[in-house]
Design a protein around this ligand. Structure first.
Ligand code: GH3
Ligand code: MG
Ligand code: MG
Ligand code: MG
Length: 311
């Protein structure tokens, strides 16, 4: 074996770390002071973060839905709504109970700092603050949030979004679609005769088939399409900016490709298909109802003989 080139390795690690530095953490700054907030947002941008600067705190909820911040940097004193009130309001929303909230303020009254912490803030940074301190303390929190989130929102077997995550995404995508007057489609997928796969080739082989389908979905769909494992051998896909007919066409190519994949168990080769149902906002704007409609369409595909997609 060749000796390890430590210098080259270190250099490669350095450049990797550099490139991944602050991995574009999405930071939402809410501050009524245009000048200072612009300064802080530049500091964070220069450190590689993605910053949304909001000077009007009353817009916060819709900005959060669209921008999905991984950290909030709040000012305390704002004319329309104080940072403490904002923090309290954000913490009431189930989707944001764990997003890090950091106050940046020249407030040095202990009682007010305490108020902020009681309202759910994770940290309180006093102005003026050094760039290095601000950047490191925010990126540490954003990073921890991102990795916790991915543990909570991802399915362990396939790496796709899990049931909770896909439902959350659907709800927020529906809101966005309505605001943009854009279409949106939802597909439900269920593998055909999957019990037989497990019975004939074993559970581990069944799991391998699930991972293969997950990979093909990721490869063939757009990055903006949101793919999740809804349950055991059921998958759900949210197609933003797409109507049901288009989603069906795209998914039909996936169906054809997947049916051709040669699956393996020991020395045996076999093939697996799936059935799917597609619904869009023409039918309903309620997330649960949309799931039900897509599910009924999927069931119709089963009834009609499987390996097909119903609209
Ligand atoms: P149908 O075409 O009607 O869908 O037939 P089916 O056999 O797929 O029936 P059904 O959807 O009711 O069966 C689901 C089966 O999927 C039951 C279970 O054995 C299997 N399954 C569910 N989750 C997993 C999993 O995580 N791993 C594996 N290997 N199998 C799973
Ligand atoms: Mg202010
Ligand atoms: Mg099933
Ligand atoms: Mg099935």
């Amino acid at each position: 074996t060749k000796p390890v080139d430590v210098v080259a390795l270190t250099e490669r690690m350095d450049s990797l770390l550099q490139r991944d530095q602050n991995k574009g953490y999405r930071v939402l700054i809410v501050d009524d002071d245009v000048v200072t907030s612009r300064y802080y947002s530049e500091v964070l941008r220069n450190a590689g973060m993605t910053v949304f600067l909001l000077n009007d705190p009353t817009q916060i909820l819709s900005v959060m839905t669209d921008f999905r911040p991984e950290l909030l940097l709040l000012d305390i004193y704002m004319p329309l709504c104080s940072g403490v009130e904002l923090s309290r309001m954000i913490r009431q929303d189930n989707s944001y109970v764990d997003v890090p909230i950091v106050f940046l303020s020249s407030e040095n009254d202990m009682a007010n700092q305490l108020d902020a912490v009681r309202a759910g803030a994770d940290d309180f940074i006093m102005k003026p603050v050094s760039q290095e301190y601000l950047v490191s303390s925010l990126s540490t929190r954003a990073e921890r949030y991102r990795s916790l989130r991915s543990l909570i929102m991802r399915d362990g077997l396939t790496g796709l979004y899990n049931h909770t995550a896909i439902k959350e995404h659907l709800a927020s995508e529906i809101l966005q679609a309505r605001r943009k007057q854009a279409p949106l489609a939802l597909a439900m997928i269920d593998l055909d005769y999957f019990k037989r796969v497990n019975d004939q080739y074993g559970h581990a082989t069944g799991d391998q088939v699930l991972r293969t389908l997950a990979r093909i979905l990721r490869q063939r769909l757009r990055r903006s399409d949101i793919v999740g494992r809804y349950g055991g051998e059921e998958f759900a896909i949210v197609f933003p900016d797409t109507d049901a007919a288009t989603a069906r066409r795209v998914l039909d190519q996936v169906r054809t490709a997947f049916a051709k994949v040669s699956q393996h168990a020991e020395n045996e080769e076999f093939f697996v298909t799936f059935s799917a149902g597609v619904a869009d906002l023409e039918n309903t704007i309620d997330p649960d109802a949309l799931f039900d409609i897509a599910d009924s369409a999927m069931y119709a595909s089963k009834q009609a003989g499987r390996n097909r997609i119903t609209l």
